[in-house]
Design a binder for this molecule. Structure first.
Ligand code: SF4
Length: 501
């Protein structure tokens, strides 16, 4: 019984052995209570209650040991039972009513309360030990590197609701998210854990069982009712509504990320990665980057305590890179500091989750302070220009007017100089109109045609295909996860290498 079970992880084997020992101990206590009742002078209600308690613990342990994966939830019941025991003993200590228990079990002579303290300590140790064993076993079972098992199960339960009936199992979706979250350091990742934990216990607020143990139908109804209807009808008080929206938004986003990152899911929805599309291999082979790759120094390349330079530019994005270029052009010695990683475009992949982790601040998980919207900000050498769409347009007059409004922002900008800067920048990057034909999505041209036919292209609106700092685009559609082909003239591919030259 205590030997190794094939197929279980070491952590699961460890939990199983601990359950066997606890089960035997509980069984021994159960028998001991009966003997004390029959042979000794222990009071009947005490004996009956104690027999029921330890018999129940022994039974739960036996069920879990029989199939630790299938019945792992019984471990949670064992832990929960011991938590109740701790609370019961603590309340006896608070009430100062310990004499009866001491007398009943070990007879007079032991100081009142001593046994209860020992008992309390043992029950607390079981809670701590089994919580750790249970968590490690569950994490090992699913190979988790970041999420706790409660969050993992909550996400899997939501994935089953949101993307049902596919080849990709909900556990697989949640495991993909775990790999994604483990793949990058970020301050804001804890919010995802909180959101998933919140989702797991949110139904308790409505006197429903935890999300993870609801049936699929019940979960589906709960999600529709509490996260759609209640929010739409504004049935929840403001702060609770905001929190519940943030919680479901974060959890939902993770579920979709984990699902669509899976190759099988992509096949199911008919998505083909660019490199596998007809003609892509030839186009990629002919693609040349506009400048030699950028060279950067990492912390390990810096020796000594001091770097001497004329100018330090903090940040290598659209502002910092242009400033560095102009300063270098004037013969200044410039040091550009960047907190994000330097990822060479040859190392870009077609995996959205990998690229989000590599190139975005907080893996694109940054939320506004009120949790209402997401802030997708690049955090890498080249900044957000590496992950934007490259679309460029001059500042609209109405916006500039607002900035210059003496009663408003009063930014004090020289409007003529600003306009001249836009012209220079268009020439410098360069910014070019995108073609209606070629690799661009044909839907774009159709949309413009539709607007024209409806006669909507009149002042103050203008319609057309955008201009962008993109040249000879291959049309892969990966602008938001970084261009691996040197076609987006970002700071990483264009301005910083030129500044270095
Ligand atoms: S510019 Fe965007 S769409 Fe064009 S090749 Fe680069 S990543 Fe692909």
């Amino acid at each position: 019984m205590i030997g190794e079970v094939p197929g279980l992880t070491r952590a699961e084997q460890r939990l199983r052995v601990a359950l066997i020992l606890l089960g035997l101990l509980s069984l021994a206590f159960a028998i001991g209570y009966v003997l004390m009742g029959v042979l000794g002078d222990s009071e009947y209600p005490f004996v009956a209650n104690s027999l029921a308690k330890d018999g129940f613990f022994a039974a739960l342990c036996a069920i879990a040991v029989a199939d630790i994966r299938r019945f792992s939830f019984t471990v949670a019941l064992v832990i929960g039972g011991h938590v109740l025991l701790v609370l019961g003993l603590a309340s006896a200590l608070v009430a100062g009513d310990t004499k009866t228990i001491s007398h009943t079990i070990v007879g007079p002579g032991l100081g009142a309360g001593t046994l209860v303290w020992v008992w309390l300590g043992a029950a607390s140790a079981i809670v701590v030990l089994f919580s750790w064993l249970y968590e490690s076993a569950e994490r090992a079972r699913f190979g988790l590197r970041y999420l706790g098992h409660a969050e993992f199960r909550a996400l899997a339960a939501l994935a089953e609701v949101l993307v049902p009936g596919h080849d990709v199992s909900p556990e697989r979706v949640a495991a993909n998210v775990d790999s994604y979250l483990a793949g990058f350091p970020a301050q804001g990742k804890w919010r995802i854990r909180i959101a998933l934990l919140g989702l797991a216990i949110y139904p308790l607020l409505w006197l429903r069982p935890p999300f993870t143990i609801m049936s699929l139908d019940m979960r589906r109804r709960f999600v529709e009712r509490r996260f759609v209807v209640d929010v739409w009808d504004r049935r929840l008080p403001g702060p609770l509504r905001t929190l519940s929206q943030a919680m479901i938004r974060a959890a939902q986003q993770m579920a979709f990320l984990g699902f669509y990152g899976e190759e099988r899911a992509q096949r199911e929805v008919g998505y083909l990665p660019f490199s596998a599309r007809p003609g892509a291999a030839e186009a990629i082979a002919e693609a040349h980057r506009p400048h030699p790759p950028l060279r950067c120094l990492g912390p390990r390349d810096i020796h000594g305590e001091t770097i001497t330079t004329d100018v330090v530019v903090v940040g290598s994005g659209a502002g910092g890179a242009i400033a560095a270029y102009r300063l270098a052009e004037r013969g200044r010695d410039v040091l550009v500091l960047e907190r994000g990683r330097h990822v060479d475009p040859t190392d870009f992949t077609e995996s959205e989750s990998t690229q989000l982790g590599q190139l975005y601040a907080d893996g694109a998980l940054t939320l506004s302070k009120d949790f209402r919207f997401q802030v997708a900000q690049g955090m890498c050498v080249g900044g957000s220009t590496v992950v934007n769409n490259g679309v460029c347009f001059d500042l609209p007059d109405r916006v500039l007017d607002r900035w210059l409004d003496a009663d408003g922002l009063d930014a004090g900008l020289d409007a003529a100089a600003l306009r001249a800067s836009f012209v220079r920048l268009r020439d410098f990057l360069p910014v070019v109109p995108m073609r209606a034909t070629g690799p661009l999505n044909p839907g774009g041209a159709k949309f413009v045609e539709g607007v024209r036919r409806l006669g909507l292209n009149h002042a103050p609106w203008t319609f057309g295909i955008v201009s962008a700092n993109i040249g000879d685009c291959l049309g892969c559609g990966y602008c938001n996860i970084g261009c691996a082909y040197g076609k987006k003239l970002s700071m990483l591919d264009n301005v910083l290498p030129r500044a270095l030259q």
